[in-house]
Each structure stands twice: as structure tokens, then as C-alpha cells.
Ligand binder design. Structure first.
Ligand code: NAD
Length: 343
């Protein structure tokens, strides 16, 4: 029987998760929700999704009707049918939805990385915490930056125990659909305090790294991807080839070479366009092969994270773990990847 998934908040993450659920053979989208009757709401209906008003306010149904967008009711009219809700609402609203809608209606829910670790039972990354989240009710899929860091730290930890990790994150200023956020002519330390919150966020998934990971971050005027520079000290005297081997064995990581023309995040996104990925999504973490180096038990490397799509396959595996649909994380990852065409 296929799992019934409701997507509450059909924005950048929500619409991608809906499409990813729709291509799996063991789950189905029973509805998506929007607060406003805009072009995204219209497109959702044209794609064949049942549309609901995201907030439990029946007055809002009229707004959709007036805009000529068929709507099936509010979120409360469908919630009972759902086995699980994937919340795609803006930062901090997910927590409100958890308390006001999901818990009172006793439905399992996945929140996104804009919410705090303390507000849910656990934090999810398919490689690290699939087993811990198995059968749980309220879980957070960590942010795009944290997901990227969790994947590479898993690959490194498979070769040698991590003693210390130092990471500098260069964050995109805004998503491509965002016409409000900046900066457009500055590099902004954000947060200006060091360490940044990204280290503790990784620890919410990998408690073994408590006290061992330190991050700092800046925001730059780009919309395409984040970029990270990592310096990771390990216990053993490993080689560059050992690290590259492990990267290649780890699911959802790909390597690219500047020599092949992948000289920037712009070129990686161009690759996404050229291979015909929907919305040019690059769900894989991307490592620049030339950047991987090991000096005296310290690994250096540079990576790129497509913020809008890296967390999408994680949401699918999180659904399988929480609904106990598959108990082997690697089987779930493989199934998700195959259905989504992830390398
Ligand atoms: P978004 O603004 O693109 O989409 C949010 C959607 O939620 C919109 O469609 C909006 O209409 C809807 N919404 C508004 N109020 C709502 C409510 N009360 N209930 C349900 N839906 C409501 O946001 P996004 O970028 O998709 O971010 C969603 C979550 O994912 C946030 O927690 C964010 O931090 C996290 N996240 C975002 C990215 C990214 O790069 N965009 C990456 C990883 C994680």
C-alpha cells in the first residue's frame, strides 16, 4: 500500500518534495497547500495535485475561487487522510504548524531546516540518522548546508575517525525566485559571531562531533549555490586517493573537475540545465576533485551545495524511516535515487 503524503507549503522545497514523492512507487501525494492563489497554486493544479488552503481559514477558499483556481478545502479537510505531512512552510512557521495542526491531529510530520532541533524528536540525514528516526513522529530534515556537511563528513569518517573539522561557508544571498533579499553588492559575515550555528546543527545529526566541529559563514551576492571550504583532521595517515575513493562510494556525492570546465557554481548549474534536470536541480553534493588534498592527517577540500534541491531526497528517505517502510537506509537511498535520477 502506498504511503499518503500531504505537502503543507508548496514553495521552493515543498514543490520539489511533491514531485519527488510523485515519482516513488511506494508513496503518493494526496494534496499540496498554498496560502495565496498565485501562479504556483495554479501550476500545482495543472500538474494534477489536489490543492488545499495552507491555513485553516475557510474565508481564504473564496480568494482561490475568485482567482479561478480550484481548491478542495483547507488543510484541516485533508489532514486525517495523511499518513505523514511534509511541512514546507517558511522558517519558524513549521514549528507553529507542528503545535497547532500536526500534533492536535495526531499526524506524523517532517519539518525543514529553518526550524530548531529542540522542537522535534530528532534531526534527519539519511546516512547518519535514518535508524534513529525510524518510526518517530516529529522529525526535522536539516538545512541544505548541514545536509552537505553531513554527507562529506560521512565519507571522511568512513576512511578515518574525525578529530577536528573546520569549515568556512560561503552562502548564497537569495534563492532565484526571491525578489526581496540581499545583499547585492557586499560580502556579509552572517552570523558575524564565530562559531556559526552550522556546527551545532551538524552535531544535532552527528552527536559524536560535539566539540570537534567549528564553522564560520559569510553571505555573498549569488543565487545559485553555497560553497564550503573544509579542513578536517583525522586519526590516520590516509592519502588523497583514500578520500576520493570514499567520496565516490558515498551516495549523493559527485565530483567535478575545473579542468573539465567546472570552474564555478555557475558551470555546475549549467550542467544541471544541460542534462535536463527539472528546475536545473543538483540534488548531489558536488566536490571539486582538484581541491581534495591531504597534508599531515588533515584533509582539505571545496564543495558546492544546491540549496533548493539537496534536501529533497532526504525528505523521501525520512518518510520511509518514520513510516517504517524500509529498515535498510542504503536500500531506501538507492530506491529514492533511482526514482529521481540521482547519481
Ligand atoms: P518558500 O518561501 O519558498 O516556500 C514556503 C511556502 O510555504 C510558500 O508556498 C508559502 O505560501 C507557504 N506558507 C506560508 N505560510 C504557510 C503556513 N502557515 N502553512 C503552510 N504553508 C505556508 O520557502 P522555502 O525556501 O521552501 O523554505 C521552506 C523551509 O525549508 C524553511 O524551513 C527553510 O529554512 C527550509 N529550507 C530552505 C532551503 C532553500 O534554500 N530554499 C533549503 C533547505 C531548507
Amino acid at each position: 500500500m502506498s504511503a499518503k503524503v500531504l505537502i503543507n507549503g508548496y514553495g521552493s522545497i515543498g514543490k520539489r518534495v511533491a514531485d519527488a514523492v510523485a515519482v516513488q512507487d511506494d508513496m503518493e501525494v494526496i494534496g499540496v497547500s498554498k496560502t495565496k492563489p498565485d501562479f504556483e497554486a495554479r501550476l500545482a493544479v495543472e500538474k494534477g495535485y489536489k490543492l488545499f488552503v495552507a491555513v485553516p481559514d475557510r474565508e481564504r477558499i473564496k480568494l482561490f475561487e475568485e482567482a479561478g483556481i480550484p481548491v478542495e478545502g483547507t488543510i484541516l479537510d485533508v489532514i486525517e487522510e495523511a499518513d505523514i505531512v511534509v511541512d514546507g512552510a517558511p522558517k519558524k512557521i513549521g514549528k507553529q504548524n507542528l503545535e497547532n495542526i500536526y500534533k492536535p491531529n495526531k499526524v506524523k510530520a517532517i519539518l525543514q531546516g529553518g526550524e530548531k532541533a529542540k522542537d522535534v524528536e530528532d534531526s534527519f540525514n539519511a546516512l547518519w540518522s535514518f535508524d534513529r528516526c525510524y518510526g518517530k513522529d516529529y522529525i526535522r530534515v536539516v538545512s541544505c548546508n548541514t545536509t552537505g556537511l553531513c554527507r562529506i563528513l560521512y565519507a571522511i569518517n568512513e576512511v578515518s575517525n574525525i578529530k577536528k573539522a573546520r569549515v568556512v561557508l560561503v552562502r548564497r544571498a537569495a534563492d532565484p525566485n526571491d525578489d526581496k533579499t540581499g545583499p547585492i553588492n557586499a560580502i556579509t559575515p552572517n552570523p558575524v559571531t564565530v562559531p556559526s550555528h552550522h556546527g551545532p546543527d551538524v552535531v544535532s545529526v552527528v552527536p559524536e562531533l560535539e566539540g570537534k566541529i567549528l564553522t564560520s559563514a559569510v553571505i555573498v551576492p549569488t543565487t545559485l549555490m553555497h560553497q564550503h571550504t573544509l579542513m578536517v583532521e583525522v586519526d590516520d595517515n590516509i592519502s588523497r586517493e583514500d578520500v576520493l575513493d570514499s567520496i565516490l562510494k558515498t551516495p549523493r556525492i559527485i565530483t567535478v573537475k575545473a579542468e573539465d570546465g567546472f570552474t564555478s557554481t555557475a558551470k555546475i548549474i549549467e550542467y544541471g540545465r544541460d542534462i535536463g534536470r527539472l528546475r536545473y536541480d543538483i540534488n548531489e553534493l558536488v566536490i571539486w576533485e582538484e581541491s581534495v588534498n591531504v597534508l599531515d592527517r588533515e584533509i582539505f577540500l571545496m564543495q558546492a551545495v544546491h540549496q533548493e534541491s539537496i534536501v529533497v531526497p532526504e525528505n523521501i528517505d525520512c518518510i520511509r524511516a518514520m513510516l517504517q517502510m524500509e529498515d535498510d537506509k542504503f536500500k531506501s537511498i538507492e530506491k529514492t535515487n533511482k526514482a529521481m535520477g540521482i547519481k
